[in-house]
Design a protein around this ligand. Structure first.
Ligand SMILES: N[C@@H](CCC(=O)N[C@@H](CS)C(=O)NCC(=O)O)C(=O)O
Length: 211
């Protein structure tokens, strides 16, 4: 951020995995932002005025431009600061792009049905969705992480922080079942991100928040 520029306004929800990946990218890129923690049940009219679709995160830039997809906020964070250390560029390999797409589509679909079986009228059952989620994302993730440690290679890239919040959510549904999975590299990767200062700072509660 240049010295005379105001920070952007980020509408966010602390526990939302899409908002987590956006906050982590902004922090990693060193982009200052003003966080506005929203209640998903009572979204601020000012947010809906600039982004009627009503999902978080939404970033309103000082010039008035609105970024309303988490991946767009991440890309903007890295590219507007020169993509130092190529965090964004290294996420653009065909493998990382395919894994990211699986995360946001199939994995999220099955994760929601595993986590909230009562919300979905679906006869397949939570265990079926857990297995499908593992096959869609965690197994290919395991192969990559066994070879390189991070999706960025030896060091992380935007795909690591883009996907990590969703794997965290999956692991938290039934921690004992997750621990029993034969995915040692995914578990080590997840543990590393959970202990990272980047995640710690991204999860700090705004002063007025009670959530
Ligand atoms: N494709 C969007 C998805 C964002 C999203 O679905 N966020 C959820 C919270 S985790 C949301 O705001 N849902 C609206 C609601 O619950 O009313 C993105 O990548 O930013």
């Amino acid at each position: 951020m240049s010295l005379n520029q105001q920070p952007g306004l980020l509408y966010t929800y602390r526990r939302c995995p899409y908002a987590m990946r956006a906050r982590m990218a902004l922090l990693q890129a060193g982009v200052a932002y003003q966080a506005h923690e929203v209640s998903l049940r009572d979204k601020p009219p000012a947010m809906l005025a600039v982004s009627p679709k009503g999902t978080v995160p939404v970033l309103v830039l000082p010039g008035g431009a609105v970024l309303e997809q988490s991946a767009d906020i991440m890309r903007w964070a890295f590219e507007s600061t020169g993509d130092f250390d190529a965090w964004w560029a290294r996420a653009q390999t065909p493998f990382n792009q395919s894994l990211w797409a699986r995360c946001d589509a199939d994995f999220k679909h099955h994760l929601d049905r595993y986590k909230y079986p009562q919300r979905f009228s679906d006869a397949l059952g939570a265990e079926h969705h857990a297995q499908q989620a593992v096959a869609a994302l965690l197994e290919p993730l395991e192969v990559q992480l066994q070879a390189h440690g991070q999706l960025g290679g030896a060091t992380p890239c935007a795909a690591d922080i883009g996907i990590f919040p969703f794997v965290r959510q999956f692991a938290a549904v039934q921690p004992a079942s997750f621990e029993a999975l034969p995915l040692p590299a995914v578990k080590a990767w997840l543990a590393g991100w959970l202990q990272s200062s980047l995640f710690d700072v991204a999860m700090r509660k705004p002063p007025s928040s009670t959530k």
